[in-house]
Write a protein of this length. Structure first.
Lengths: 312, 318
């Protein structure tokens, strides 16, 4: 049994809400993943009529049942759902106690679904974007931590660990804040996802982050970046649009890249050595959101894994 | 060791900030292209276009040897074949006209030397000009073409390279009757058959039938699919029936699509029956074209085709 299981995130096939709605598009996406050697998929939360894979309800509506969805995945050469990215919307604020029940209730069907499909991680955004929450106080972090403790306890009842995924716009931004939220969360219920590109863009070092919290790290997103948010654009109002989509003052057209491109800032080989050193066992989900060509990115990522990372 | 190894014909196009580009004029883009096909298990390449021009290849890489090192470092083991053809008739290149044979022979020899330096196994050609430039296709013209490639094939053997003929649906040798005559009049020691599945179907022929007919001459394949048979005589369309046809804006598809007309499993069974051992080449010619409804994407098409190989064809014969 290999220590590392490689999966791919579905989000790169959904650059707009109109993508990946038809079954044949989904079939081609899963076949691309499969032939590139990725046998697990991370689904992405989404609601509304154009998100047929966005929630357990939608999946059942579209495929008939969870079992039929799994059959469909298997027929495309994908063994299982590894995880679900649970990025709740702007009206769900973990640092606001009155939103906790709503977040908890929303998470329940995802935990149940993951249990049925063999998935083991509910990947959550621990807090809203920085600009929505600022100033980020210890109190707010503590309230958010309480939220995920409750959710994490519930998901563990379904054999699913809740794991905090910190993106570069998130209110949890500095190493100090990461440390705080981990301190306030129960390690039995809540782990940490390292998303390599997001960490680098936020100005942190994924290797240092892993070295410091390796005993809490239970999930990875591997993707690269060529840029750091050099002007603290994440603090600006509307950073999702202004920075992530429009490139901010730096005019970055594309924040996220495949592994192994010229100019990539993530030191994957070094990180891989650290994973080996600490005996990491579990999923690594490769992501290529913002790619202009999903299949090309999946193929290039496979090449890099096969020829560089797997040798470590 | 498997009986079949999979190669990829180097047609490719990708988007770039300056619009669609072909990767073969830039090491940076070739690097991405070669890595992509190697990543999903192709082990060989069949070169076409710019890579078949020694001058350009040498400018980019310094020498054929360095080009081979470049692809090997990225996981592609070898160049399986190179493509040369005279689709467009000119004063010096018309296989059905005997006076042009010397020039064709000389050009092919030059190319063959280049292929030899790349350690390729096959030189693949279309043995005629476009149908409309040759018609009416008479026995005499077929005989002339056969003689031309008997000479060329004999020469390529001196370089350790086998010459195979590939028949587009708009080739002057396209019907079963014409194919029978051509292979009857060519020497089996020097002239081999290269079966292109989609071109064969578009021409109204059955690839399984043609393989059974010419299996002892068959050196290789281009595996691609089509959704259409040419029933409107597009094969006679000047100047080009592949991009300008009335039947469809997109003739060629990857294996494994709904509406595909090539029966690949049956062909694979026939290949198994005759114990074919060697390379099968996947090709996605003009996948990028076809307008907003039909336009494909080389990377995705190639993944879908390889998925079909791994999950369907390899279960029949590998």
């Amino acid at each position: 049994m290999a220590n590392i299981k490689w999966g791919y995130a579905i989000n790169q096939w959904i650059p707009t809400s109109e993508h990946l709605t038809r079954r044949e598009e989904q079939e081609r996406a899963f076949k691309v993943m499969s032939v590139c050697g990725f046998r697990g998929v991370e689904l992405n939360l989404g609601f509304g009529r154009w998100k047929p894979l966005g929630s357990p309800d939608q999946i059942e509506l579209n495929l008939g049942s969870v079992k039929k969805f799994l059959d469909f995945l298997n027929s495309c050469g994908i063994d299982q759902v590894a995880s679900y990215f649970f990025g709740v919307g702007r009206d769900h604020d973990p640092s606001n106690p009155t939103d906790h029940e709503k977040i908890f209730e929303t998470a329940v069907p995802f935990a149940k679904f993951l249990n049925e499909v063999g998935g083991t991680r509910l990947v959550v955004r621990p807090m809203q974007s920085y600009w929505r929450v600022a100033p980020v106080t210890e109190e707010k972090i503590k309230i958010a931590a309480d939220c995920w403790n409750k959710v994490g306890k519930m998901t563990m009842d379904y054999g699913v660990k809740t794991t905090l995924h910190i993106d570069f716009l998130c209110a949890i931004h500095s190493m100090r804040d990461v440390s705080k939220i981990l301190e306030f969360t129960d390690s039995d219920y809540v782990g940490l996802t390292i998303d390599t590109a997001e960490v680098v863009i936020a100005g942190n070092d994924p290797i240092k982050l892993y070295e410091e919290f390796y005993d809490r790290v239970d999930h990875f997103h591997f993707k690269d970046t060529h840029n750091i948010d050099a002007h603290e654009g994440y603090k600006n109002e509307g950073a999702e649009i202004w920075l992530l989509d429009s490139g901010g003052k730096q005019g970055v057209e594309r924040w996220f890249w495949e592994m192994g491109t010229l100019g990539g800032l993530v030191d994957f080989p070094e990180l891989m050595k650290k994973l080996k050193e600490h005996g990491y066992k579990g999923w690594i989900i490769v992501e290529s959101d913002q790619t202009p060509d999903p299949a090309e990115s999946a193929m290039l990522n496979r090449w890099y894994i096969k020829n560089v990372l797997s040798k470590i | 060791m498997t009986n079949i190894r999979w190669s990829y014909q180097t047609h490719w196009m990708q988007d770039s900030p300056r619009g669609p580009i072909s990767p073969d004029l830039s090491i940076k883009h070739l690097d991405r292209f070669i890595k992509q096909i190697a990543a999903i298990g192709f082990e060989g390449i069949d070169i076409i276009g710019v890579l078949c021009i020694p001058e350009y290849l040498n400018i980019m890489f310094g020498s054929p040897k360095k080009f081979l090192e470049f692809i090997k470092e990225r996981g592609i083991e070898k160049v399986v074949s190179g493509w040369i053809a005279y689709a467009w008739m000119d004063a010096d290149h018309a296989p059905h006209i005997r006076s042009t044979h010397d020039k064709i022979y000389q050009d092919c020899e030059k190319f063959c030397k280049f292929l030899s330096s790349l350690e390729a196994e096959y030189m693949v050609t279309m043995p005629s000009n476009t149908y409309w430039q040759v018609e009416p296709v008479t026995d005499e013209k077929i005989k002339n073409m056969a003689d031309c490639y008997n000479r060329v094939g004999k020469m390529t053997m001196n370089y350790g390279i086998r010459m195979a003929c590939h028949h587009e649906f708009w080739c002057a040798i396209r019907t079963v009757k014409q194919l029978d005559k051509f292979y009857k009049w060519t020497d089996p020691e020097y002239v081999y058959y290269w079966l292109d599945t989609a071109q064969t179907v578009i021409a109204g022929n059955d690839p399984v039938d043609l393989y059974l007919r010419f299996h002892d001459r068959c050196a290789g394949f281009h595996f691609k699919d089509t959704h259409h048979i040419d029933t409107k005589r597009d094969y006679r369309l000047p100047p080009d029936p592949e991009l300008m046809a009335s039947t469809t804006k997109r003739w060629f598809w990857e294996m494994g699509t709904l509406g595909g007309l090539v029966d690949f499993p049956e062909l694979m069974k026939a290949i198994r029956e005759y114990n074919f051992r060697g390379w099968i080449t996947v090709e996605h010619d003009k996948a990028y074209w076809g307008g907003p409804d039909l336009r494909g994407n080389y990377a995705e098409s190639t993944c879908i085709a390889k998925w079909y190989i791994d999950n369907v064809l390899s279960k029949i014969y590998e």
